[in-house]
Ligand binder design. Sequence first.
Ligand SMILES: *Cc1c(COP(=O)(O)O)cnc(C)c1O
Length: 391
Amino acid sequence: MSKNSTYIMPTYGDRNLEFKEGKGCYLTAVDNNKYLDFGSGIAVNSLGHCHPRLVKALQHQASKLWHISNLYHNSLQEEYAKLLCLNSFAEKVFFTNSGVESIEAGIKVIKSYHHYHNNTDQKNIITFEGAFHGRTFAALSAQQNEKYSKGFEPLLSGFIKIPFNDIDAVKKNVNKNTAAIMIEPIQGEGGIRPANLKFLQDIKKICEKNNLLLFLDEVQSGFGRSGKLFSHEWANIEPDIVATAKGIGSGFPMGACLATNKASIGMTKGVHGSTFAGNPLAMSVGIEVIKLILEQNFLENVIKQSNYLWNGLKNIEAKYEGVTEIRGAGLLLGIQTKMNNAQMSNKLIKNRLLCVPAADNIIRFAPPLIVTKKEIDKALQIIDLTFKENL
Ligand SMILES: *Cc1c(COP(=O)(O)O)cnc(C)c1O
C-alpha cells in the first residue's frame, strides 16, 4: 500500500500509515483504527497528543502574536529562559528550532570559548561511536557514520571518534588539541545505549582537569524522558553545555542550547543567530511543557511507570528465547530480538502498537511521559502477542 509521492523528495522511504488525530497516548488513523503510540513521533510528544493545556497555550498565543524576529525584546523568551536555568545546571540559553541546531549552537559555544581565551591549540572535539547528533555538516562530521554521511564528503575536520563507555580510550585521546567532549548520556538512534554513570563522572573529571568543555546531547534523553528533567542528573554531574529539542515542545518544533556563564563567554553580539528561534508560539508552548513536567509527582510518575514497563519487558524477555536484550533508561527503552528490528516493528504496528527502530537491531519504545499503567499493560499485551506470533 506504499504511496510514492510525486512532489516530495523520497528521503523518508515508505510511509503507509496516515493519522488524522491524536489524544493522549492514542492516535487515530484515517481508516479510524486506533494506535497506541509508544513512539511519540521519535520521543517528541512528551505530553502526548493535543494535551489540553498545550492546546490552550498555543491557541491563546496564536490569536495574539506569532513572530517578531530576534530584533525585538521578547518577554516570553526571558520567562522561559529563566525557567530553564533555575531548574538545571544552565545559566544562559540560546533558542533554536530543532535538535541539530542546538548541536550547532553548542559547537559554536565550544569554539567561541576557546577563541575567547586564546587557546589556539584546542580545536578538536571528542565524539563517540554510535553517536547521532543530526543531519547538518557539523553533525555528520561529529558522527563520522557512513550511514548518514556517505556522498557528503569532505566533512569538517576536528572531530575525534572513539569507543563509547571506554574511559581508557578517552584518556588516550585527550591531548593539548582537545577542546571538548561531546556525548549523548543515552544514545538514541545508536541503539538506546546508556552511558555508564561512572563513565560520565570520569569524563567530567577529565574535562575539569584539562580545561575541556563537556557538551551533552540530551536532544532525545532530556525533558523528563529519563525520569529527571535531564538524564545527566542521574550521574550527579554538571555539564558545560547541553543540546535539547525533541520532547521540549511536545510536538511544537523548537529546541535550546543551554550553557553555563563560563562556557558561553564567547557567545557575544553577532556570534550566532536565528530568524525563527524563540518565537512567541514556541515560547508559549515551551513554558507550559516545562511547567507541566516540573509539577509535583510528574517525574516521580515517569520513574514509576518506566519501572513498570521495564519489569514487563523483562518478563517478556524471560518468556521468549528469541528476545536477546532489553536496555535503556526511563521511558526510553529498547528490545532486541532475533528477528530483524524493522520487520518486527512493522508486526507490532500491524497489531496497533507504534514503536521506532534504532541501530543495533533495536526496537525502541518511547511512550509519552503521561503514559498510564493501563496503557503499558495494553502495550505489553500487544508485544507478547506479536512475539508469540513471530518469535
Ligand atoms: C533527533 C536527535 C538529534 C537531531 O534532532 P533534529 O531535531 O532531527 O535535528 C540530535 N541528537 C540526538 C541525540 C537526537 O536524538
